[in-house]
Design a protein around this ligand. Structure first.
Ligand code: HEC
Length: 182
């Protein structure tokens, strides 16, 4: 009866030994830097892009938004040039007409939607996709918490290129330092 413990202990040490045996070559990893993706914003740039978003999204928590995007990641990429998965790539989604990512086969519901995605529409869509556009094929139950949606939308704005584009638009110039004259 008490043999179980012994067997378990033996099994564990065997596993440990096996795991330790798998040391070795880390020749991989050097190729990573070579194919760097299209410039991703740094964390500081992300915070600046966030701060420049229209209220209330400038108050979004990017880290929580990233966590919430974990709900979408299995079906969507958001990086520029990212592949369509079960759902279409979301880069540039803000200001884009619904159902128009090239090479992606939408449901009739999305094809007929005819509006441009903005924060308000995305907010309603993410709260309950099924009722927002009946007949669509996005099998996502919805994100009920408005704060989570706010953080997620702020994250999407920063990561989908919306904020970067908006930042290129004529922005109020930072006041030049004038104390050089005195
Ligand atoms: C189980 C897979 C799945 C999950 C999870 C999912 N989506 Fe989708 N999404 C889809 C599919 C499929 C479509 C296309 C629906 C259609 O054609 O009816 C879609 C469409 C969309 C669209 C419309 C895109 C366009 O080009 O018009 C947006 C925006 C979107 N999803 C955002 C999200 C976000 C944000 C999340 C996470 C909160 C999410 N989705 C979670 C599968 C998913």
């Amino acid at each position: 009866m008490f043999h179980f413990t012994k067997i378990a202990v033996a099994a564990v040490s065997l596993l440990t030994l096996t795991a330790c045996g798998q040391g070795g070559g880390d020749a991989a990893g050097s190729s990573e830097a070579a194919k760097a993706p299209a410039a991703q914003p740094s964390d500081a740039e992300r915070q600046a892009l966030l701060a420049a978003l229209p209220a209330p999204y400038n108050t979004g928590d990017l880290e929580n938004g990233r966590r919430q995007f974990g709900l979408c990641r299995s079906c969507h990429t958001v990086a520029e040039g990212g592949p369509n998965l079960t759902g279409p790539n979301l880069h540039g989604v803000f200001g884009r007409t619904a159902g128009t990512v090239e090479g992606y086969r939408y449901s009739d519901a999305l094809l007929a939607a005819g509006f441009e995605w903005d924060a308000e529409r995305l907010d309603a869509w993410l709260a309950n996709p099924r009722t927002y556009l009946p007949g669509n094929r996005m099998t996502f139950a919805g994100l009920a918490d408005p704060k989570k949606r706010l953080d997620l939308i702020a994250y999407l704005k920063v990561e989908s290129g919306y904020a970067a584009t908006a930042a290129e638009a004529p922005a109020p110039e930072a006041p030049a330092p004038t104390d050089a004259e005195s």
